[in-house]
Design a protein around this ligand. Sequence first.
Ligand SMILES: Cc1cc2nc3c(=O)[nH]c(=O)nc-3n(C[C@H](O)[C@H](O)[C@H](O)COP(=O)(O)OP(=O)(O)OC[C@H]3O[C@@H](n4cnc5c(N)ncnc54)[C@H](O)[C@@H]3O)c2cc1C
Ligand SMILES: Cc1cc2nc3c(=O)[nH]c(=O)nc-3n(C[C@H](O)[C@H](O)[C@H](O)COP(=O)(O)O)c2cc1C
Length: 783
Amino acid sequence: MKIAIIGGGPAGLYSAILLKKQRPEAEITVYERNRADDTFGFGVVFSDATLDNFEKYDPPSYRRITQEFAYWDDIAVHFRGTVHRVGGNGFCGCSRRKLLLILQERARELGVTLLFETDIDNEARFADADLVVLADGINSRFRDKYIEHFQPEVNVRSNMFAWMGSTRPLDAFTFIFQETEWGPFIAHAYQYEVGRSTWIFETDPVTFKRAGLEGLSEKQSSDRMAQIFGWFLEGHQLLTNRSMWRNFPMIRSKRWVKDNMVLLGDAKATAHFSIGSGTKLAMEDAIALADAMHRAPTVDAALQQYEEGRREEVEKTQHAADVSLVWFEHVDRFWDFDPVQFAFGVMTRAKAITYDNLTLRAPDFVAEVDKAFARQVRAKGFEVDVEKPVAPMFQPLRLREMELANRAVVSPMCMYSAEEGVPGDFHLVHYGSRAIGGAGLIFTEMTCVGRDARITPGCTGLWNDEQEAAWRRIVDFVHTNSAAKICLQLGHAGRKGATKLMWDGMDRPLEEGGWDVLSASPIPYFPDSQVPREMDRDAMEAVKAAFVAAAERGERCGFDMLELHCAHGYLLASFISPLTNQRADAYGGSLEGRLRFPLEVFEALRAVWPAHKPMSVRISATDWAEGGITGDDAVDIARAFAEAGVDLVDVSTGQTVRDAQPVYGRMFQTPFSEQVRNEARVATMCVGNITTSDQVNTILAAGRADLVALGRPHLVDPSFTLKAAAWYGAAEVFCPPQYLPGKEQIFRNSVRDRQDFDDLKIKAKPKTRAELKAEATKPLAAE
Ligand SMILES: Cc1cc2nc3c(=O)[nH]c(=O)nc-3n(C[C@H](O)[C@H](O)[C@H](O)COP(=O)(O)OP(=O)(O)OC[C@H]3O[C@@H](n4cnc5c(N)ncnc54)[C@H](O)[C@@H]3O)c2cc1C
Ligand SMILES: Cc1cc2nc3c(=O)[nH]c(=O)nc-3n(C[C@H](O)[C@H](O)[C@H](O)COP(=O)(O)O)c2cc1C
């Protein structure tokens, strides 16, 4: 077998090694345009898990690599004169140059031919090769040559970065967030061998310009960085090696394989440097390719297996890297945070590290985070304990005069079980049990302001006395038997009206018994949905009056709070999104125009809703669709509602158009809440695939939302909050007297269960290489 590998970076060399081990008889050649030791970059970083993989696949190179390594366990965050350190991270750094020399040596030993100073510009010379590996890096000539086939998507990010080195020793992966007269600068730094550390500097484009970095030579820009970070460098030099400022390109390729050619490493996909995974991905690609070549009967089948088997893992890493890079791009959102809360945000930015996980690894750090959170709550006038505070989830919140005992919320969820809009016994038990279950706030399902405003025949309403009496019964029950507050969500279905019950076909038009539907523009949801009537001024007045009348009924029912539903493609949302609003009048066009009617309705409600009671608005912060609402629009939308008197923005997303492309995942809507909260400076509630109290605490402690709503988890667990309170020892959580023996038992058992669980987790966690090394080099204690 003949294998040609274009590119002698980590991906190319490691694939050469693994393939040669597998097929000693194969003729494998690596073509590299640079000289053997002519390599850019400083250190590379691997996690313990990646090193385990290297150990398994090629012990000789693993041993040589790890002999050269610098190990560290801590992450240190420097911000506004403070430093917070968190241990248990298990990372190792190594010189990129040494890594490549080790891989070259190992490849030679195995019989791979390495041809340096050989720039390949045409793969036709490999016509007789069985396999051509395209490991030619981020600017891959061959990916671009077959651009139509590989279909790379290159997203050039806004921040500028430069890769430098230093002689400054470091004992932790170090993030330095530095305020300057021009704006914020960030250094990501780590040691990779004795006396050498990697320094990646990052800043936003405006600060970059203001700092006069544009057009500076390498030396001039490293001098400028040395000036900015001089206090930390302590006289050590910054070193450069092709350290030009650039923008990071996020690259994803639709296809990785063409005939017998395969893209590997940076050539196929990149991962932002802030999670230190570029070299890891490149070498793990090589492992995946070698595995596929081992298993599959033919090269074609192997390449197909490689692409199918590897894609999910790469995309997961890329997703984590994207989330992380977005955090760094928007660091100004957190710049005025308490430093410990800021550091918590840095640690938890990419979702893998959470509140509970940090509590195990760095209990003192989390205790400080809790205290900072409690101090903020105390500053709002609550008599909370700041020395031994409860977890953020159990801290109270005030909106106008409504006080919530905790931050857990039952998200609005239609039960599709009303008769002519009247909530019945099912609703009483449903809302009642969730209130007793301990959540601070319960939302009603979307309650419709008129018969024709309903989504389905099973939706609740609040347009007549019978409905009002039924809701009053529920509100009374909640107030009498729980500490929960209850918020009425009012809505109008718009073009999604006259559709079937969820279990009969969500959003599908009713076959019989339907009614006429309205929308901003006459665009049906599905092609076979009813074409809605475009609302004229009279219709707008009538709808507004219906909302006002329902709010007045809501006040008579005793609801504590009112939410206006402007999300999910329903009537008011249909005005806000340009995808559903094509009006030529004052209620269409710009965002200002599209917001006009929803704001008119909001203002009319605010005028009748008692001034001491809060109001929220639910928005779709993105349509997940080309040309639709984006996170930036959501900030403007939130600002407009805040000016009109909204107290909380309930940040949801999507459901505007049926061909949207949402990117689901754990806590997938939380970034929008974070953006709205910290850019528009308005309180937010986040929601969406949040399933654990650990996530709730992580979100709150990092300042990504003020309240956290859970929908589906509450459908199966009304006592979600009570159980979480037991887990975190938040004894103040409300429990009705009838259930107190149960509360006592779960609190007693939880202390033990949690201890057992933590012990198990600690025992199951293998020691990091840094810990093992520290143990091995520890002087023996005197007897
Ligand atoms: C300026 C810079 C500095 C970096 N520094 C670091 C760092 O310090 N630490 C870190 O972890 N990561 C660093 N990275 C990222 C890291 O290099 C990559 O994620 C990782 O090396 C990817 O490995 P690869 O083998 O896919 O690509 P690369 O390492 O880029 O290797 C591709 C190789 O292909 C060769 N090549 C390209 N085209 C041809 C051709 N036509 N013919 C022959 N040879 C060709 C190139 O010369 C190169 O050696 C840096 C990236 C850049 C751009
Ligand atoms: C059965 C069901 C009904 C829902 N009905 C409503 C509703 O009436 N109003 C609303 O704003 N959102 C509604 N939603 C959306 C939820 O409030 C929530 O935003 C969504 O389920 C995501 O949160 P989760 O991942 O915690 O379930 C509904 C969700 C479900 C599962």
